[in-house]
Design a protein around this ligand. Structure first.
Ligand SMILES: C[S@@+](CC[C@H](N)C(=O)[O-])C[C@H]1O[C@@H](n2cnc3c(N)ncnc32)[C@H](O)[C@@H]1O
Length: 350
């Protein structure tokens, strides 16, 4: 086994659930991990980046759908994953292998076999990513493409700590680091599609949340004729939220009182009575979900500045403003959560 690279902390690739992956993934999960607009972006990315007419593709960490565009119906696709039933029902696959990459990162394929290796919404589950990336380089033809696609959704207990604690931008850099440390690829490039509208009819459509963001990092194995691929142009992708979308999201928060980051209900929070702060209303609404990505990411942001603490999402019902309120510990501010409307007089706070 290649030792972890010294640039990563010792526990970077630890997980909340260190149990056997093969046993965990033995249960079938015929679910969609992304909304349909995000899936269309994935297929568009693959279409633009996989240039060969009849390529041989490895779908790494595959399940029941490889999200391939119609242009690749002539491709030979090999799937590697952990659930036999999901792989068996994946119509894109010509063959598949059940193989635990965390148990054994050596890919069961010969050298220089594939034109492209795709890894969709799964890189965050790799506990030995550098070994796997080096193996991907080995099984790719020189000049072959490794395309790593991810979003901001994942199953926390099985995801490595360094990914769980990072923000989306940090994750793009992390995957680039995996590529660079392999020393087998050209300089990786990245792509982001953020803020597209949620598909109508989607079960979260009413929440006002945008479509699942799509990030991709990709690079060619060195040694091929081509230096780099063109950056995909899939349109409608944006790096900032559209102002109208933002207004719509605020209206949705006012109506549903759900946190826009985790979709959990906001708690009614009684503002403190102090002569030094003028609150516009008696209550604010705060997200106290400890799994909320806004709160989880906040610990990392504060840590980078040498401050212990994080922040929680807060909604002001009077002004309609959305804020981040700092907290020093997981229990900070919780004492003032109220379940029913009470006046300050009743609460005894003066
Ligand atoms: C979120 S799903 C994504 C599936 C698929 N790539 C897609 O885009 O729908 C994560 C996949 O990673 C696979 N996986 C998780 N841990 C793995 C491991 N240790 N070795 C191989 N595959 C693994 C699982 O089988 C699961 O299908």
């Amino acid at each position: 086994m290649v030792p972890p690279d010294p640039i990563f902390p010792d526990d970077a690739f630890s997980r909340i659930d260190e149990g056997d992956d093969a046993a965990f993934y033995a249960a079938d999960r015929f679910v969609s991990h992304l909304d349909s607009n995000a899936l269309a972006t994935v297929a568009g990315l693959v279409e633009q980046l996989v240039a060969e007419e009849q390529p041989t593709i490895l779908d790494l960490m595959a399940s029941w759908d490889s999200h391939l565009p119609e242009s690749l119906t002539g491709a030979t696709v090999v799937g590697l994953g952990l659930n036999r039933n999901e792989l068996e029902s994946n119509e894109a696959l010509s063959e598949y292998v059940v193989h635990d990459l965390n148990e054994d990162p050596v890919l069961p394929f010969g050298n220089d076999r594939f034109d492209a290796v795709l890894c969709t919404v799964s890189v965050d589950y790799l506990t030995r990513p550098l070994e796997v990336f080096r193996e991907v380089a080995r099984v790719l033809k020189p000049g072959g493409l490794f395309l790593v696609i991810f979003s901001n959704r994942f199953f926390p207990p099985k995801v490595v700590k360094i990914w769980r604690e990072a923000r989306d931008e940090d994750r793009v850099q992390l995957v680039k680091t995996y590529f660079r440390l392999c020393d087998a690829f050209h300089e990786p490039r990245d792509f982001a599609s953020v803020g597209k509208p949620r598909p109508a009819g989607d079960r979260y459509a009413a929440s006002g949340l945008p479509s699942d963001p799509i990030y991709a990092v990709f690079a060619d194995r060195r040694g091929g004729a081509r230096a780099t691929r063109e950056l995909p142009n899939i349109g409608a992708g944006a790096t900032r939220l559209d102002p109208e979308l933002l207004r719509q999201m605020k209206r949705t928060i006012a109506r549903t009182l759900l946190c826009p980051h985790c979709e959990e209900p906001l708690s009614r929070w009684l503002v403190p009575q102090t002569p030094f702060i003028e609150w516009s209303s008696t209550y604010q609404f705060i997200c106290f979900n400890d799994e909320c990505p806004h709160y989880v990411g906040g610990w990392k942001t504060f840590e980078n500045q040498g401050i212990p603490g994080s922040y929680r999402f807060m909604y002001d019902p009077d002004s309609g403003g959305c804020h981040s309120v700092p907290v020093l510990t997981p229990t900070s501010l919780r004492a003032s959560i109220v379940t029913a409307e009470v006046s300050h007089d009743q609460s005894g706070i003066r």
